[in-house]
Design a protein around this ligand. Structure first.
Ligand code: CAA
Length: 381
């Protein structure tokens, strides 16, 4: 089994790391505090090909593979977790479904600008009463001639405050649950479309999370993404890629927390020694580095499975489940190594601890990942 990165992937990792260190990291603390959406970062990322990493070049992307995508999200999240999820959502939840289910016209009109970072995408699935159970959404779509009329509300939409395009999921008939869900590509300047203000959150505070509302929004039939009733499949297959992105984000957050804890343990002296000399700290560092490597390998396996072209729901769910819970444990240990300094805002580690928490919740909670994994292993073993 070959698990080394190729020359091209190593080059990508180094150049993205440099961009992240020079451009993304210096603003991470400030945008966490203010909640400002880093639109300039997104445009710069787009110029570097990071807004559509695995989108073919003919549609405005960088034409790379899913493992390259994972590397990009890890490196950006190592500098700023908000920026990591902004990019992950644009790549996985906006570009991917158009690439997979879109018509040629939709790819030309919407995928190209999204993949180039000229437009920002969001994914409008979750509703106040439909989070883990998206088959229960209430946003309605009623066909009237060559248009659909959409009405409803969405919540917790990452990138929602700044998105130019939303992938919106609506139902043609609530009784039919997932079989009636239909996806639409909706430009944010469509009459009837509006968004709320930015939600202040525990972590990833600059990711533009907000509500969306649709009031008698008229969407032409040619903006339907996939067929009538195919929307649930569009959402679920996009979320498989999204979960790979969130696993990569969790690895990036854990990696930087580990690096800063190691550096701190070398310079912090107690009892006349740097604390790295104490076995308690050494064992923390051993556990942290082992868990990060395990999570990264599961994440790379999910990327490889995506690249094979087959359904990879199992690998994506396993990677997200393990990597997100790992990031919680690793950032907690990193905070513990920092002692009292870990608990104050002067150091970054409390931010990493807060940022890591969401990875166990969005794009399917840990409990949902366990449902996906157990269903798969019970049916296929
Ligand atoms: N790919 C393709 N098709 C899929 C699929 C996938 N990954 N998963 C399910 N399907 C298909 C099934 O094959 C089935 O098809 P048929 O009708 O042809 O048999 C159909 O979809 C229904 O599948 P289920 O019966 O398994 O559906 P369910 O209602 O029991 O739900 C679930 C399954 C795994 C619990 C799913 O509802 C789920 O993933 N819930 C979590 C939702 C979620 O992750 N939300 C995140 C919101 S977005 C977000 O957080 C983004 C952000 O802003 C950061």
């Amino acid at each position: 089994m070959h698990i080394e990165l190729s020359e091209e992937q190593l080059l990508l990792r180094d150049s993205v790391r440099q961009f992240a260190e020079e451009v993304v990291k210096p603003r991470a603390k400030e945008i966490d505090e203010t909640g400002e959406f880093p639109r300039q970062f997104f445009a710069q990322a787009g110029e570097l090909g990071l807004a559509g990493v695995a989108v073919p070049e003919e549609y405005g992307g960088a034409g790379m593979d899913p493992l390259s995508y994972s590397i990009v999200i890890e490196e950006i999240s190592r500098a700023c977790a908000s920026s990591g999820v902004i990019l992950s959502v644009n790549n996985s939840l906006a570009c991917d479904p158009i690439l997979k289910f879109g018509t040629e016209d939709q790819k030309q009109s919407y995928l190209k600008p999204l993949a180039r970072g000229q437009m920002l995408g969001c994914f409008a699935l979750t509703e106040p009463e439909a989070g883990s159970d998206p088959a229960a959404i209430r946003t309605s779509a009623v066909r009237q001639g060559e248009e659909y009329v959409l009405n409803g509300n969405k919540v917790f939409i990452t990138n929602g405050t700044d998105a130019d395009i939303a992938i919106v999921f609506a139902t043609l008939d609530r009784e039919k649950r997932h079989k009636a869900i239909t996806a639409f590509i909706v430009p944010a300047d469509t009459p009837g479309y509006s968004h709320g203000t930015h939600e202040y959150k525990l972590g990833v505070n600059a990711s533009g999370t907000t509500e969306l509302s649709f009031a008698d929004m008229r969407i032409p039939v040619n903006q339907r993404l996939g067929g009538e009733g195919e929307g649930f499949k569009v959402a679920m297959s996009a979320l498989d890629g999204g979960r790979l992105g969130i696993a990569s984000q969790a690895v990036g957050i854990a990696q930087v927390a580990f690096e800063e804890a190691l550096a701190y343990s070398r310079q912090r002296e107690q009892f006349g020694h740097p604390i790295v000399d104490f076995q308690a700290i050494q064992f923390y560092l051993a556990d942290m580095s082992t868990e990060i490597d395990a999570a990264r390998l599961l994440t790379w396996k999910a990327a490889w499975a995506k690249g094979s072209g087959r359904r990879f729901s199992l690998e994506a769910a396993q990677a997200k489940l393990f990597a997100s819970e790992m990031a919680q444990r690793v950032t907690s240990k990193a905070l513990q190594i920092h002692g009292g300094y870990g608990y104050v805002r002067e150091y970054n580690v409390e931010r990493y601890f807060r940022d890591a928490r969401i990875a166990e919740i969005y794009e399917g909670t840990s409990e949902i990942q366990k449902m996906v994994i157990s269903n798969w292993v019970i049916e296929n073993s």
